[in-house]
Design a protein around this ligand. Structure first.
Ligand SMILES: [Mg+2]
Length: 121
């Protein structure tokens, strides 16, 4: 398997996490509810090092190799659970992301949203 975003298809990542779970017979625990909860827990773990820091301090934190690796580990956990949810639910992530980005583009047209962080309902 390749090691960079540029040459690693999403399908290869989905297969890798599926095989990891299958080898350990963990699929029985991987309900959509359990996987969604696990993703939320990992998202909280990703946020933890940034808690109480300001914007530039967060960037500075990533310049420390050990702290950067810890953040990357938690980000990987989030994505791994997202991939497992996609596997369990039969979701094609490229299709889902494409559809959602089109919705986002309609919701946040460039001429209205440029330089503006306001949420639109
Ligand atoms: Mg974690």
């Amino acid at each position: 398997m390749s090691n960079t975003d540029e040459d690693t298809p999403i399908a290869a990542l989905k297969t890798r996490v599926a095989e990891f779970a299958r080898d350990r017979e963990w699929e029985q625990f991987h309900t959509l509810k359990n996987l969604s909860v696990a993703l939320a827990v990992e998202a909280a773990e990703l946020m933890e090092p940034f808690q109480w820091l300001e914007g530039e301090q967060c960037d500075e934190l990533l310049r420390d190799p050990a702290k950067r690796e810890a953040v990357e580990d938690e980000l990987a956990d989030v994505v791994i659970y997202a991939l497992q949810i996609a596997n369990r639910g039969g979701v094609d992530l490229a299709v889902a992301i494409d559809r959602k980005m089109k919705k986002n583009a309609r919701r946040y047209p460039v001429d209205l949203a440029k330089g503006n962080s306001d949420k639109r309902s």
